[in-house]
Design a protein around this ligand. Structure first.
Ligand code: GLA
Length: 376
């Protein structure tokens, strides 16, 4: 059944609009966004669709195909952090954040083909599709860059997840065939052509689900802020002399965190250079990706066993490189391999999981896709 038909069955009327927002795969630049650094994500083909109809009585109704039956209902005037929980907190948070821009009530139905907890930013996709639908329904025009900030604020302040700006920016600003080079300090961005050519970007959902609401993500942010304060800089983006910074920090753990952030920003710049200069960047780009993984594993300590095993098995089977993507502690791995090698790589990763008695991973080929768009 189409989302329009489901909407009609649920709410007894047709939706006025429907928007689809994609998830993202981050090519490189992990845990740099909240350090005012650089990121290079691309939008995936998978995403979240939001069908919606305007209501003029100030009531917000939220339903999701994936979450099952039941409509969550609230008056927009009563929305406050903590007033809606679970999956519905994301769209409710967006309605709350958009209230001051003149957005009011709506009936909303959500449908997603992007798995939750796979580290492909299903939350941001849900926020962005909701924001675009609500703005259209209430005749509110907001620049997409600003809308990304509003969605991030909804997640930070309403849902209580201290995420950065990368995922919402990717979902709203990416274009097909490109990665988005985003400077998270200035908000400046560029579309970098990502002609994968003879390369495949394999996304391995390791089936170890992650949740950013866990303390670990917030801990990393706090550690970075502590290191920046000790170094006397506004953010770790401002560390120009890594060796000097490492000498100045008394704590080995903070030294590792700083080394990751500073070297990761460098790897984003290197990846962009390679994409611009090399027709077939597979080998070198792969090495940069693997360097990122090693740094996230050893210095930032956000990797997880399935991710490490997937990367190692893929490299042994001839992949050019690979890394965990997203916040970490579960989720997905990105592997770069020649298209002629993908079968061997997938077999090797699957075998390495089976040998350890882990659930079989889900693997798909990601295609750099367009950002959010209107469906109806
Ligand atoms: C999550 C957050 C992002 C970013 C990544 C790590 O996806 O939502 O803002 O911090 O983790 O790079």
């Amino acid at each position: 059944m189409s989302i329009t038909d489901r909407f009609a069955t649920l709410y007894g009327r047709s939706p006025d609009t429907a928007w689809r927002a994609p998830g993202r795969v981050n090519l490189i630049g992990e845990h740099t966004d909240y350090n005012d650094g650089l990121v290079l994500p691309f939008a995936t083909g998978m995403g979240v669709t939001v069908a919606a109809a305007r209501r003029d009585d100030g009531v917000l109704e939220l339903a999701s195909r994936q979450a099952g039956a039941g409509v969550v209902s609230a008056r927009t005037a009563d929305l406050a952090p903590g007033s809606v929980t679970g999956w519905a907190a994301y769209p409710a948070g967006v309605a709350w954040a958009l209230r001051e821009h003149g957005v009011g009530g709506a009936s909303v139905l959500v449908d997603a083909d992007l798995p939750q907890g796979a580290g492909l930013s299903s939350s941001a996709a849900l926020e962005c599709a909701t924001a675009l639908a609500l703005c259209e329904l209430h005749g509110v025009t907001i620049d997409r860059r600003d809308l990304a900030g509003i969605c991030q604020a909804a997640e930070n302040r309403f849902v209580g997840v201290p995420c950065g700006i990368m995922d919402q920016s990717a979902s709203l600003l990416c274009t097909a065939g490109h990665a988005l080079l985003l400077d998270c300090r200035t908000g400046g961005s560029e579309h970098v052509p990502l002609p994968l050519g003879g390369l495949a970007a394999l996304v391995v959902d390791t089936r170890a689900p992650h949740a950013l609401t866990g303390a670990d993500y917030g801990d990393r942010r706090a550690e970075c802020e502590r290191a920046a304060a000790l170094l006397g800089v506004p953010a770790l983006r401002d560390v120009d002399d890594l060796d000097g910074a490492l000498r100045a920090l008394p704590d080995a753990m903070l030294r590792r965190r700083v080394r990751h952030v500073v070297t990761e920003n460098g790897r984003v710049e290197r990846a962009v250079e390679l994409l611009r200069a090399t027709a077939r960047p597979g080998k070198e780009l792969g090495a940069v990706l693997t360097g990122s993984h090693t740094s996230l594993r050893d210095d930032y300590e956000v990797s997880w066993p399935q991710a490490d095993v997937a990367v190692t098995a893929a490299l042994q089977a001839g992949a050019h490189g690979g890394r965990m993507v997203g916040g970490g502690f579960g989720g997905s791995v990105l592997l770069l391999a020649d298209t002629g090698r993908t079968a061997e790589v997938i077999t090797a990763v699957t075998k390495s999981f089976a040998e350890r008695g882990w659930q079989a991973p889900h693997v798909h080929t990601a295609v750099p896709s367009a950002g959010a768009s209107r469906l109806l």
